[in-house]
Design a protein around this ligand. Structure first.
Ligand SMILES: [Zn+2]
Ligand SMILES: [Zn+2]
Length: 359
């Protein structure tokens, strides 16, 4: 079968691999689509994990073979996959910090080599410990929607970390695919969202996804006087109180510091895109101690939210179809990753797969 194999930093090759053999308790899934995710891009660009691997973990497809002991699934079912599942028993899990669980760090889906998701291949083998994350896709919904359950889950998990009252004012900095999911989910939670981004095309989308106010921090500098700066906007809409919370969906330390100054005492800043280790930044720690401005993070998904996530996506209250702007055939995965890492004003979520239609 064709597969896109990571052979080292920035080295992806289309190779022919054997179709994975499954055990009695496993599934074989024919991949329909797989989303391109920033965490995979980071691993590929910086070569942070040893090759060879087949990446891709936002996967949806059709079950084509089931092991002899599998009762829960049938051949022909269309499913969305989830590659990390916590044990729910260890110390980390008892604290609800699933992403820190040792089992969670194991990947239960592979197209060959060290398991790494495998979605950039024609077939994947699904191991039994990730079955709790396998969701059947309703007939009316597309594979594309199924493939978005994983990223939507990570966003819903992060939203749940915020202490919000209805009507609270929340800044979402960065309106890429993930930022837009935040904007929509926060709006559905009853928050009033300020959306900021350097691309006006993305702000237009943010409006459609429920943002109440828009701000392009770059535009304010070019303009003579008409556009208002983010601090002015925050000052006006919060009547000088400051925003209740902010989600930082761009990997910029400056944005974190600037946002901290806009936050009310007792508010929260949630980091979602600061996944690269080793960078240092300066903060006045009294803003955390005295002003009680919490700085928190969120990483990866929460399997206990999977039912809510499926309901949000499949009911189209969060209509992820509108986020997907580009589909590449599997053989062009490298081009898909290139576009995802250098987004254009027109590009949002990018997927690869066998199908070029919205099925
Ligand atoms: Zn992802
Ligand atoms: Zn655990």
């Amino acid at each position: 079968m064709p597969a896109v194999v990571y052979r080292g930093a920035n080295d992806l090759r289309v190779e022919t691999l054997p179709v994975p053999k499954i055990g009695a308790r496993e599934l074989l899934v024919k991949v329909a689509v797989c989303g391109v995710c920033p965490t995979d891009i980071k691993k590929i660009h910086y070569g942070t994990v040893p090759p060879p691997r087949v990446f891709g973990h936002e996967t949806a497809g059709t079950i084509v073979r089931v092991g002899s002991e599998v009762r829960k699934f049938k051949v022909g079912e269309r499913v969305a996959l989830h590659h990390h599942i916590p044990c729910l028993k260890c110390h980390a899990c008892r604290h609800g910090t699933f992403a820190q669980c040792e089992q969670y760090k194991r990947t239960g889906i592979t197209a060959g080599f060290e398991p790494a998701g495998g979605g950039y291949a024609e077939y994947v083998r699904v191991m039994p410990f990730v079955f709790p994350g396998v969701v059947k896709i309703p007939n009316r919904n597309t594979f594309l929607e199924g493939a978005m359950l994983e990223p939507v889950n990570t966003v819903l998990k992060a939203v749940k970390r915020l202490r919000l009252l209805r009507g609270d004012i929340v800044l979402v900095a960065g309106q890429g695919p993930v930022g837009l999911m935040f904007t929509r989910l926060l709006a559905l939670h009853g928050a009033n969202v300020i959306a900021s981004d350097l691309l006006d095309s993305r702000l237009k989308f943010a409006r459609e996804f429920g943002a109440k106010w828009l701000c392009n921090p770059q535009a304010e500098k070019d303009s003579t006087n008409k556009l208002q700066s983010l601090p002015d906007l925050v000052d006006r809409v919060t009547r000088g109180r400051g925003i209740d919370a902010a989600v930082i969906a761009v990997p910029s330390d400056d944005v974190v510091r600037e946002t901290q100054a806009l936050l009310r005492g007792g508010g929260q800043i949630l980091l979602f895109s600061h996944t690269r280790r080793g960078e240092q930044t300066q903060l006045d720690l009294a803003t955390i101690c005295v002003d009680e401005k919490d700085l928190i993070g969120s990483y990866s998904a929460d399997i206990l939210l999977q039912k809510d996530v499926a309901r949000l996506v499949f009911s189209r209250r969060l209509d992820v179809r509108r986020l997907i702007t580009h589909q590449f055939p599997l053989a062009q995965t490298a081009a898909a990753i290139e576009l995802a890492s250098h987004p254009t004003p027109q590009s949002l979520k990018i997927v690869v797969g066998q199908l070029l239609r919205a099925q």
